[in-house]
Design a protein around this ligand. Structure first.
Ligand code: ADP
Ligand code: MG
Length: 684
């Protein structure tokens, strides 16, 4: 155990309370503290002549105190100290609130550096509570100042002083996972330089170099870790299947498969016939018909006497896929078994017995499919839907169930190629770039609350024509009482609609309900027994109700674009003209322009591009969704080019030292191990 493992409470100025505050930021040891990177930096490196300072701008000035600071008591609890400073261009009036002791520190005739925001009041420049440093003293003005993430009990000064101590204490053993050779080859800064300048940059160039090094290092360790995971599960011989003629299956369908569906099916059949193990990603926008691809492959596996498992991310989706696949695979003698967490112990027991019996069987379910006690006989194919919701670990654990089954991953989330490479690595990709014929774009409109009556009239009209309606309300965070009042809670909204439309059947599904109840309500809706289904985002992915022609999204500003796109994909799946209504009273310009994107395009890739531009990686690259560990400094989207380089470097290095056994890679090995330990739930 080195010095960097020391707990932070041994630092000067950090007692129990402060240490607890740091803990809340995830900082326990000096090493953690070194990796508490500034959120941003304040440029206090340039001095501005007072006359050149613009109203509203934060500036550094060098000035002379021109008047003796004077204290005035405005009322009890409000004391002001005021004085004027000048340089050779103009003057600024300075005011401090409730800091009377300032009169002991600052006197007429002193030279000083001041950093603060200029506000022009009645033609006079003023500053309130600026940072003041006496000329000649050591301070922050004149340099670039880190701004750290804070939590209650901490302030900037305290954090930066703690970081300063940690840097000095750990100077000889800074975290450094980069082998020297890699560092040199990619011209990266040394760790000492990097940690010093990421916290206390000498100038912006040094900051950039420091950041590049640290981002590279983080992504390099991640790439090596993913590589290691994959090496463990690769190189296997697969169960060879003799591909049947898919036309035999297509003949039983009520429609013609699209060209893109045929291509994806053929790609996968070739993989499975090759003797190796299939590892394929099928990417296709919502509604592109991925389920059919899955069904065709399950059918082909069954023809070869092999069982399949189909895994969905939620109970509702598992239920729906169970029904859809039962329909699609009817008449082929495949036993279809449902297995989800919501089933009773008895039901589960029976399902497990069925699976163990082997033969041409299909298991459809949730995570429950890969619980420890589930055994498969002759499992040949594993399909996961909406993979980005599954951690890498889950994929691995299901793979363990069969002797190297073929794996098909289906996703509607358009992922930039480089990122897909890291997440999926060894997967081959088929893209379904064609929607089934006759699909009409979903007409999307953005409305404010004031149009509620017209919206209700529209609901009445569509339901009158026999259509069904989805209404989605944002999830409620219980802690946020004020927000809660303004947001449309699903249950309350459902009650309102039911009162307004007494002749219609309104149902409500939300996250806190039992899976069984959710399933029952969902079944009612699918069967057309319910007219309006109000829900939180539990219906976000996958659900297929062709008769639903209207999707209303309340408080639409609360959703990310990609999420809205997924939601919108729930309608326009049948032959009926469909609509998506985004309800938002937001007056935030950015939110409104984000929502406008939805009204202009129905292309999932375009939507996600816009999302990236407008919001950064947040939404669908949001920390846990893709199953990757949280990054400290790297931004998986903005640092895409570094990601690419780091990946190349990782491939080179692991090619010559796959198990990281060479002594020069010892620290890297440790960092990879640490990543696995910290992220045991996402990675292992
Ligand atoms: P997703 O790719 O979003 O999973 P689904 O597999 O749920 O899409 O398919 C969406 C809808 O399109 C379903 O109702 C399905 O029956 C229908 N569908 C799929 N393929 C075709 C096709 N080739 N022609 C017509 N309809 C199709
Ligand atoms: Mg689907």
């Amino acid at each position: 155990m080195g010095y960097s493992d020391t707990e932070i409470r041994y630092l000067k100025g950090i007692g129990e309370k402060k240490a607890e505050a740091f803990n809340r930021l995830g900082v326990y040891t000096l090493r953690d503290l070194l990796s508490l990177f500034p959120r941003k930096y304040e440029d206090r490196s340039h001095f501005t002549p007072i006359a050149a300072a613009i109203d509203g701008e934060s500036v550094c000035i060098k000035a002379l105190v021109a008047t003796e600071p004077r204290l005035s008591r405005v009322r009890r609890g409000l004391e002001l100290v005021k004085f004027r400073v000048v340089d050779d261009s103009a003057a600024v009036d300075i005011t401090y609130f409730n800091q009377p002791y300032i009169r002991q520190r600052i006197h007429k005739g002193d030279l000083c550096r001041i950093y603060g925001r200029i506000v022009v009041v009645g033609g006079m420049r003023t500053m309130t509570n600026p940072v003041y440093e006496a000329e000649g003293s050591v301070g922050s003005i004149g340099g670039i100042v880190p701004v750290y993430p804070l939590t209650s009990g901490l302030n900037q000064k305290l954090v930066s002083s703690a970081v300063r101590q940690a840097l000095d204490a750990c100077a000889d053993e800074l975290p450094d996972a980069l082998p020297e050779k890699v560092r040199e080859e990619y011209r990266l800064a040394q760790s000492g330089f990097a940690y010093e300048n990421i916290h206390f940059p000498s100038d912006f160039e040094a900051l950039e170099l420091a950041r590049r090094r640290l981002v590279f290092e983080e992504l390099f360790v991640l790439a090596c870790a993913m590589k290691k995971l994959k090496n463990g599960s690769k190189k296997a011989e697969g169960k060879k299947i003799i591909p049947p003629n898919p036309e035999e299956f297509f003949e039983t369908l009520p429609f013609e498969p699209t060209g893109a569906q045929r291509r994806a099916i053929n790609d996968a059949l070739c993989d499975m016939a090759s003797g190796g193990v299939m590892n394929r990603l099928v990417q296709g926008d919502v509604g592109s018909g991925k389920t059919l691809v899955a069904a065709a492959l399950i059918w082909a596996a069954a023809k070869n006497g092999l069982g399949s498992a189909f895994m969905a991310p939620t109970e509702i989706l598992a239920q729906q896929h169970y029904q859809t696949l039962t329909g699609l695979l009817d008449g082929f003698g495949i036993r279809i078994v449902k297995l989800t967490g919501a089933m009773t112990a008895k039901e589960k027991r029976e399902a497990k017995a069925e699976l163990k019996a082997g033969g041409p069987v299909l298991a459809v379910g949730t995570h429950a499919l890969f619980s420890k006690d589930v055994e498969y006989e002759n499992l040949g194919l594993v399909i996961t839907d909406e993979q980005h919701r599954f951690g890498v670990n889950q994929r691995a654990s299901l793979i363990e169930k069969g002797a190297r089954p073929h794996v098909l991953v289906m996703s509607a989330t358009p992922i930039p190629r480089t990122l897909a490479l890291i997440i999926y690595g060894d997967l081959d990709v088929s893209v379904i770039d064609e929607l089934p014929p006759g699909r009409q774009a979903v007409e999307t409109v953005l409305v404010t609350e004031s149009l509620r009556l017209r919206l209700n009239a529209f609901i009445r009209k569509l339901v009158g024509e026999g259509r069904q309606v989805f209404v989605v309300c944002p999830m409620i965070e219980e802690s946020d009482a004020e927000q809660q009042e303004k947001l449309r809670s699903a249950e309350e909204h459902a009650r309102e609609l039911q009162r307004y439309f007494p002749d219609m059947k309104v149902a409500c599904i939300h996250g806190r309900m039992k899976a069984k109840d959710k399933n029952a309500l969902m079944e009612d809706f699918v069967a057309g027994r319910t007219d309006i289904l109000v829900s939180t985002t539990v219906i976000e992915v996958g659900v297929d109700v062709p008769n639903a022609a209207l999707m209303i999204i309340e408080n639409a500003e609360r959703f990310g674009l990609s999420q809205l796109h997924q939601l919108r994909g729930r309608v326009g799946r049948g032959k009926h003209k469909s609509y998506c209504v985004l309800v938002s009273d937001s007056d935030n310009e950015a939110s409104v322009s984000r929502l406008r994107v939805m009204t202009k395009t129905s292309d999932g890739f375009k939507v996600s591009e816009e999302d990236l531009k407008l919001r950064g990686p947040g939404d669908f690259f949001g920390s846990r969704q893709h199953g990757l560990p949280e990054m400290h400094i790297a931004d998986l989207c903005a640092d895409m080019n570094v990601l690419q380089t780091a990946q190349t470097a990782a491939n080179e290095l692991t090619a010559s030292d796959p198990d990281l056994c060479k002594p020069e890679n010892a620290r890297l090995k440790l960092a990879v191990k640490r990543l696995f330990e910290i992220n045991a739930d996402t990675l292992n």
